[in-house]
Design a binder for this molecule. Structure first.
Ligand code: IPE
Ligand code: IPE
Ligand code: MG
Length: 250
């Protein structure tokens, strides 16, 4: 096996994941445990977003992708959706200083046209403002579904076939990847899910083929720097072979 390098290692030789993705779950359960309304859980969850974003940037993570609102979350009561959208807009505006100070580039994936106009405007402004930043990429998954992303990619590829730009036999994994919402995103090295559920919930289905999974029982509003470091340590102890064999030291 000539090409089985240790893919955990970055250019500097450490084991910091290049791309961390997080399913931020358990805001409602956190609120219930604290005898507070669900909206309080979402509010406190925004604090975790702030802390974890800053901590990831300091630890040299290249991209942090946060599952903030799934395509399926539109099924929730109108009032809850309204609260979530309001918090999202407020976050996008209030974090601009922090984003610029830390050289973070804000991006988003999902069916963004479904977002309310005022959220979309705040998102576009923050994206434009930070577009030239060269530090960590903070990618928000909004109105996002992994299956929907694959459907959108297949539609785009079919459009190119119909236009005569591509033959069906030229469709490769690279071609599909090139038509995803963020084609240049490296696949997540580490997925963290808070609040204990052992499922993917339609997140980054194409990209997570070889992602390391860490599930913590801690609800998202309680997930801060120490919990992040626990997850990063768990990741650093994994051996990734991508279907190959563990290299034997001779
Ligand atoms: C995650 O917390 C926030 C979103 C999905 C937007 P939940 O609201 O799903 O919290 P639980 O799962 O009910 O505890
Ligand atoms: C996943 O959480 C989606 C986000 C964190 C945005 P959900 O609470 O919606 O997922 P399920 O319903 O438990 O699978
Ligand atoms: Mg949930």
């Amino acid at each position: 096996m000539s090409d089985v390098r240790d893919p955990r290692r970055t250019a500097s030789g450490d084991v910091t994941p290049r791309h961390v993705a997080i399913i931020m779950d358990g805001n409602g359960r956190w609120a219930r445990e604290h005898k507070q309304p669900r909206t309080r859980g979402h509010y406190m969850g925004v604090e975790s977003v702030r802390t974890v974003t800053r901590a990831c940037a300091r630890r040299g993570v290249g991209q942090l992708t946060l599952y903030a609102f799934s395509e399926e979350n539109w099924k929730r009561p109108r009032r809850e959706v309204r609260v979530l959208m309001r918090l999202l807009r407020r976050f996008l505006i209030s974090e601009r200083g922090e984003i610029m100070q830390n050289g973070i580039r804000l991006t988003a994936i999902g069916r963004l046209d479904r977002l309310p106009a005022d959220v979309r405007k705040a998102l576009d402004e923050s994206r434009d403002m930070s577009a030239q930043n060269t530090g960590m990429v903070l990618c928000l998954a909004l109105s996002y579904g992994g299956r929907q992303e694959i459907v959108d990619a297949v539609r785009a590829v079919c459009g190119r076939v119909r236009a005569g730009e591509l033959e069906p036999e030229d469709i490769t994994e690279e071609v599909i990847t090139a038509h995803l919402y963020q084609p240049k995103m490296p696949p997540p090295d580490l997925l963290i899910r808070t609040a204990g559920e052992m499922r993917i919930s339609n997140f980054l289905l194409w990209q997570m083929s070889y992602t390391e999974l860490v599930v913590t029982p801690v609800c998202w509003p309680g997930f801060r720097e120490d919990e992040l470091d626990d997850a990063l340590r768990a990741y650093a102890s994994r051996v990734r072979t991508f279907g190959g064999l563990v290299p034997q030291s001779s």
